[in-house]
Design a protein around this ligand. Structure first.
Ligand code: ARG
Length: 461
């Protein structure tokens, strides 16, 4: 038996195991609609350029639409022998309308077809991710607004550092997601380039109109090097990198939610509808959703490394290795959009235990920097103020006192050269209020930032 798929060049059929091994239909069938949309645009261009009669182009377009309906209605039978979605659709078309269907492949190759389909898919998915990010931002801004004036201990090295507003803390994530969105929009500009018309690697001998196809399919540009166009997967890698950063951000938030909801912190309550129990310990309510988002981060990083490794050292132009680009990319989009969605639904349901948080503010000398800053206002160079505050903290630690609990007498002994005392200055509220330069945690700033963030979301893109 000849190898039917190709040509009389083969005198032997494909080994059944090799057939299974080389086929991609099990996963690239996901691209069927993009393949058909791309084929219709290609077909219309062929007719416009006189490479197909208009009756032929109508027949092909009609046939392709029927194939689409069959696939949508689960009436299509995929064949492993036809290797991938591109050949499956072409074979179905020829079965339906006869040999004229074979004219569709004039001036194209599967190599430019596969990357066309993938670009169309990525374009849709990126837009979806951008919208999902915006939903998550809105959810975080809502939670921030609802708890606008709650003061929490801020940490560095996971050691108590300075007080910050809970809303300010949430807005830090909004800032990350804004950058994430910018990265996706930026990736989109390089995704939105038409590769079709590059042929297998060298271009085509036919007088085609690539700009026409680009316009039909909504591409902003056409590619300008056929070799690069068929072998470029930078866009897939960029997407994997940008989404890895999104997952890294989500994992940081999830880690904090898990910590904050622990008995030890008790800052927040996670909605029970986003938690699960234990099969053995009846008392348990576990933050599984947050943990799983944190866990899935590793999986998305893995896809980035897979794609980078896949493309490393590949000679130009297309190589079959590149068929391996799809599964990591598909799973990246599926995973990241699911994580964004679940987070956007969970965040608004989080409860903030204001009382417990406020009770936790003493301890750890959160106002030490404020004392040092106050000493600067009394004329001390910051370095000296820092040193002097260190000894005040040491005194407090020894005497089991908070800085703001020191008496007039104690201040006089501790700061003999300073005329006034800082007593009234050292409150958590004032510490927040004073940090009013752009980007600081003051209530006024945070309110302004929430407004600005909401406005940016409204006017995006
Ligand atoms: N199934 C292939 C892929 O996904 C299509 C391109 C095949 N081109 C080729 N010359 N084998 O990459």
């Amino acid at each position: 038996m000849r190898n039917e798929r190709w040509s009389s060049r083969f005198s032997e059929g494909l080994n059944p195991l090799a057939l299974r091994f080389t086929a991609s239909i099990d996963f690239d069938r996901k691209l069927y609609l993009y393949d058909i949309i791309g084929s219709i645009a290609h077909c219309q261009m062929l007719a416009k350029c006189g490479l197909l009669k208009s009756s032929e182009s109508h027949k092909i377009t009609k046939g392709l639409k029927e194939v689409a309906r069959e696939i949508e209605g689960n009436r299509f039978s995929y064949s492993l022998e036809k290797e991938d979605i591109h050949t499956n659709i072409e074979a179905a078309l020829i079965r339906k309308i006869g040999p004229v269907g074979g004219k569709l492949h004039t001036a194209r190759s599967r190599n430019d077809q596969v990357t066309l389909d993938l670009r169309l898919y990525c374009r849709d998915q990126l837009q979806y991710l951008i919208l999902s990010l915006m939903e998550l931002e809105k959810a975080a801004l809502g939670l921030a607004e609802k708890n606008i004036d709650v003061i929490i201990p801020g940490y560095t090295h996971l050691q108590r550092a300075q007080p910050v507003l809970f809303s300010h803390h949430l807005l830090a994530y909004v800032a990350m997601w804004e950058r994430d969105r910018e990265r996706l929009v930026d990736a989109l500009t390089r995704v939105n380039v038409l590769p079709l018309g590059s042929g297998a690697l060298a271009g085509t001998t036919f007088p085609i109109d690539r700009e026409y196809v680009a316009k039909k399919l909504g591409f902003a540009r056409v590619s300008h090097n056929s070799l690069d166009a068929v072998s470029d997967r930078d866009y897939a890698i960029e997407i994997a990198a940008a989404t890895s950063i999104i997952m890294m951000h989500l994992s940081r938030l999830c880690e904090e939610l898990i910590l904050w909801s622990s008995e030890e912190f008790g800052f927040i309550g996670l909605p029970q509808s986003f938690c699960t129990g234990s099969s053995m310990m009846p008392q348990k309510i576990n933050p599984d959703v947050a943990e799983l988002v944190r866990g899935k981060t590793g999986r998305v990083y893995g896809h980035l490394i897979s794609l980078l490794t896949l493309m490393k050292s590949l000679p130009l132009a297309y190589n079959k290795d590149m068929q391996e680009d799809k599964e990591p990319l598909f799973d990246t989009f599926d995973t990241v959009s699911l994580c964004l969605e679940v987070m956007a639904q969970m965040l608004p349901k989080i409860t903030v235990n204001k009382k417990k948080i406020e009770a936790s503010l003493p301890g750890g000398y959160l106002l030490a920097t404020d004392l040092a800053d106050w000493l600067v206002t009394q004329g001390l160079p910051f370095k000296q103020a820092h040193g002097l505050t260190g000894s005040v903290v040491q005194y407090c630690a020894k005497n089991n006192k908070e800085i703001y609990e020191l008496t007039q007498k104690e201040w006089k002994t501790l700061l003999p050269k300073i005329k006034s005392v800082p007593t009234g200055e050292l409150t958590f509220k004032k510490a927040i209020q004073k940090r009013s330069a752009i980007g600081g945690t003051s209530l006024k700033n945070v309110k302004k930032e929430i407004k600005a963030c909401l406005k940016k979301l409204e006017t995006f893109p």
